[in-house]
Design a protein around this ligand. Structure first.
Ligand code: ZN
Ligand code: ZN
Length: 371
């Protein structure tokens, strides 16, 4: 699908939004910020507002598929072959993994024998570029052909190149580790808001997820983008490189951060199903905290963490904490006023581990007749 067609398609869907609805945000509309190779299109005069987006009515999820969207093998700078990476995730309770070697696409079909009914291998590649001498890394997920990296005069040109190449394949873009080498700031990310995903937490110890030298954390960058009106989903990843023993010498270990997709078929995982769930923002991100239920009804959001001692914050635009409570019993419930625009949940368990939901739009338009 071309970029302009996808914009038109998203506008058509906007036209069919229901009178009262809630959803995980959709991102297709944002793709129109990208145009010809290396040529950022002038910013549109009027951005679609959050209230003009696509809405799905309600969800009630109590089964999830855990997966990782950033991992390396010896095909680039990891320390074990691809099969060992796949086996590690499969044998540690993951339902999917994308191997994202630098400028390499490993064909999942070559490793299909390692898949199981509850474990799928996704195509991936870390498009590894420099822009103005800084590292600019963007993962392509669920793509069909290798893209490769490059050297660009500006960070913006690098980001534009990657996002356009990914969009051409109808694949999923994930902008990686903004604070790595202090490379990407909020304005850079705003220029790349056509991305579907942004890395808000990483298990890699050298990318400064929590901020560095006064630079905001990756989570704060994401929150700022959401508050400005970007339609970007936050993900947590391992960026694992080191599966061999000796954790002190080789510190980018697997199993530290992940996403968990909404599992409509808990006992079956398919590549297409996972790709579609990620594309639609049907997942939460985690640095270790787990959720057992996410429910969004007409006027309430319910979050049930696995740890009954976990604290649940409901957060709106401007990083405003709308409410905070402990999750005991059936979970924490937020009652929507209707004017929040969107609400997301941030869960901190008793070990200090975090889970992040995507924003759920709250949209109460003028009442339409109820049939
Ligand atoms: Zn990277
Ligand atoms: Zn990486």
């Amino acid at each position: 699908m071309t970029i302009r067609r996808s914009l038109r398609a998203s506008l058509r869907r906007v036209g069919s939004a229901t009178a009262v609805g809630l959803s995980v945000c959709a991102s297709a509309w944002a793709a129109f910020a990208i145009t010809g190779l290396g040529e950022p299109e002038p910013k549109p005069a009027v951005l679609p507002t959050l209230r003009e987006r696509v809405f799905v009515d309600r969800i009630d999820i109590d089964a999830f598929h855990k997966g990782n969207l950033h991992a390396h093998s010896a095909e680039s700078d990891g320390d074990v072959p691809p099969a060992d990476v796949y086996r590690w995730y499969r044998d540690h309770g993951y339902a999917f993994v994308a191997l994202t070697d630098h400028n390499r696409r490993i064909d999942p079909a070559s490793y299909a024998h390692l898949e199981r009914p509850t474990f799928a291998i996704l195509p991936g590649e870390e498009i590894t570029m420099t822009g103005a001498g800084k590292p600019v890394h963007v993962n392509a997920i669920c793509h069909r052909r290798k893209i490769g990296g490059g050297t660009f005069d500006t960070k913006s040109l690098a980001l534009t190149f990657a996002l356009e190449k990914i969009e051409e394949q109808g694949a999923i873009a994930l902008v990686n580790h903004p604070n790595f080498d202090r490379a990407l700031d909020l304005d850079d990310l705003w220029g790349a808001r056509a991305t579907t995903l942004l890395e808000i937490w990483s298990g890699h110890p050298y990318v400064y997820s929590a901020g560095v030298d006064g630079r905001p954390s990756h989570e704060e960058l994401w929150a700022s983008m959401l508050s400005r009106g970007a339609d970007v989903f936050g993900v947590a990843v391992d960026d694992s490189h080191h599966f061999a023993t000796n954790p002190t010498a080789k510190p980018a270990r697997p199993g530290r951060a992940w996403i968990a997709t909404f599992a409509s078929t808990p006992d079956k995982v398919t590549r297409d199903g996972v790709c579609n769930a990620i594309r639609a923002g049907q997942f939460y991100a985690s640095s270790g905290a787990e959720l057992t239920r996410i429910a969004v009804a007409e006027r309430t959001i319910t979050i049930r963490p696995a740890d009954p001692m976990a604290r649940v914050e409901f957060i709106g635009p401007g990083s405003t904490v709308l409410s905070a409570s402990n999750a005991a019993g059936e979970g924490a419930v937020y009652r929507m006023r209707g004017d929040e625009e969107w609400v997301r949940a941030r869960i901190v368990d008793s070990r200090g581990e975090i889970a992040w939901t995507q924003p759920f739009r709250t949209m109460v338009r003028e009442a339409a007749p109820v049939p």
